[in-house]
Design a protein. Structure first.
Length: 357
C-alpha cells in the first residue's frame, strides 16, 4: 500500500504546489498590472505561466522522484528525462521573460516618442537584441542538455585542447555567415537602415519589413518580398528615402507644345494640389526644364509626408493637369507637323534644271 500512496503523494503534491504557486503568481501580476497600467511588462509576464509551471513541476519531481520509489528499475532514465525537460523548460522561460522585457521596453518608448524615425530605430535594435538573446539561450540550453550525458563530458574536455584550431577552421569556413552576423549588429546599432524604412535596392522600391542577424526582407510596392543578406547594406550603395525624415519631394513631367500656357499651368497647379489630401502643403512649383525642336518639357515639383503619399500626389497631379489641358487648352498638347515642305527658290542648287535638246 505504501508503494502506491507514496508516488501519488509525490506526484500529486508536485502538481498541487505547481498549480497553487502559479495561481498566486498570476494573481500578483494581475494586481500589479492593474495598479501600473502605464507599464505593460506585468501583463506580458503573464505569458510565462506555461513554461514556469513546467519548470517548477519538473524541478519538484526531479528532486523527489527517488524518494517516491517510482519505477525504481528505471530511476536513472526517469532522472535523465526530467533533467532534460527541466533544462529545456528553463530555456523556454528565459526566452519568454526576455521577450516580455524587450516588448515592454519598446511599447513604453513608442508611446512617448515623437520621432517616427527614432521609434523605427529602437524597434530594429530591440528585435535584433531579442534574436541574439534567444540564440544564446538556445545554445546554452543545448550545451547543458548534452553535458548531462557522461560521454559528452569527456568529449567536451578533449575538444577544449584543440578549440583554437577548430575556431580558426570554423571562422574560415563560415566567413560569409559571420560577415552577415556582424553586419546585422552593425545595422542594428549603426542606424543605417531600420524596419519601416523606404529603400531602393537593385532598382526595386520597397519598405524594410524584417531584419534578422543574417538577412533582410524588403516588401515591394506590388507585395513581393526581396530577401537579401544584411552584408549587402554594409558593402554596397543603396537609397534610403527615410533617412533623416520621411518627407519626400516628387517630380511630374509633361511634354507639351511650345505654345503651352506655362503661367496658367503654374497658377492651376496651386489650386490643384489643394484638392489632393496627400499633399503636405510644403511646396508646389512648376517650370520649363528643357526644350526640343517640337516640344517643351514642363516639370512640377510637389511634396508629401512620405514615399507612399508622394507617389499618390504625383499621379493625381499628372492626371488632373493633363485633363485640364485637354479640356481648356488643347493646343498645348504636342503635335506632329505633316504639312508639305515649301519649294526651294528658283536657281538654288537644290532646284531642278532643264537641259536643252
Amino acid at each position: 500500500m505504501e508503494s502506491l500512496i507514496r508516488p501519488l503523494i509525490v506526484v500529486g503534491g508536485s502538481l498541487l504546489i505547481t498549480l497553487v504557486t502559479t495561481w498566486l503568481l498570476d494573481l500578483l501580476l494581475r494586481r500589479i498590472d492593474a495598479r501600473h497600467p502605464e507599464t505593460p511588462l506585468w501583463g506580458l509576464l503573464r505569458r510565462c505561466r506555461m513554461p514556469f509551471q513546467l519548470v517548477l513541476c519538473t524541478g519538484l519531481l526531479r528532486g523527489s522522484y527517488r524518494q517516491a520509489g517510482i519505477l525504481p528499475e528505471y530511476a536513472f532514465l526517469i532522472g535523465r528525462v526530467l533533467s532534460l525537460v527541466t533544462i529545456a523548460s528553463a530555456a523556454w522561460l528565459a526566452v519568454r521573460i526576455a521577450t516580455a522585457v524587450v516588448d515592454a521596453s519598446y511599447a513604453r518608448y513608442a508611446s512617448v516618442a515623437q520621432d517616427p524615425a527614432r521609434v523605427r530605430r529602437v524597434r530594429t535594435q530591440v528585435t535584433l537584441i531579442q534574436r541574439v538573446v534567444t540564440a544564446v539561450v538556445v545554445v546554452v540550453a543545448v550545451a547543458a542538455m548534452l553535458l548531462t550525458f557522461p560521454p559528452m563530458k569527456t568529449f567536451g574536455a578533449s575538444m577544449l585542447a584543440s578549440a583554437g584550431v577548430l575556431g580558426i577552421v570554423a571562422g574560415i569556413a563560415a566567413q560569409s555567415s559571420l560577415g552577415n552576423l556582424f553586419a546585422g549588429l552593425q545595422i542594428a546599432f549603426g542606424d543605417t537602415v531600420r524596419i519601416g524604412d523606404t529603400v531602393v535596392v537593385d532598382k526595386e522600391w520597397g519598405t524594410v519589413e524584417e531584419i534578422t542577424l543574417t538577412f533582410l526582407t524588403v516588401r515591394t510596392w506590388d507585395e513581393r518580398r526581396i530577401t537579401m543578406p544584411v552584408s549587402y547594406f554594409t558593402s554596397k550603395p543603396y537609397e534610403n528615402w527615410s533617412r533623416g525624415g520621411a518627407q519626400m519631394t516628387g517630380t511630374v513631367f509633361w511634354h507639351l507644345d511650345h505654345s503651352a500656357p506655362v503661367e496658367l499651368m503654374r497658377e492651376h497647379l496651386q489650386d490643384l494640389v489643394k484638392e489632393v489630401p496627400e499633399w503636405d502643403g510644403r511646396s508646389a512649383g512648376l517650370a520649363v526644364t528643357d526644350t526640343t525642336p517640337t516640344t517643351v518639357q514642363v516639370r512640377a515639383v510637389v511634396t508629401a509626408r512620405d514615399a507612399d503619399d508622394v507617389w499618390t500626389v504625383r499621379c493625381a497631379v499628372r492626371e488632373r493637369m493633363l485633363a485640364w489641358l485637354v479640356a481648356h487648352h488643347p493646343y498645348a498638347l504636342p503635335r506632329v507637323t505633316t504639312s508639305e515642305a515649301a519649294a526651294a527658290p528658283h536657281g538654288s542648287p537644290q532646284s531642278p534644271t532643264r537641259t536643252g535638246a
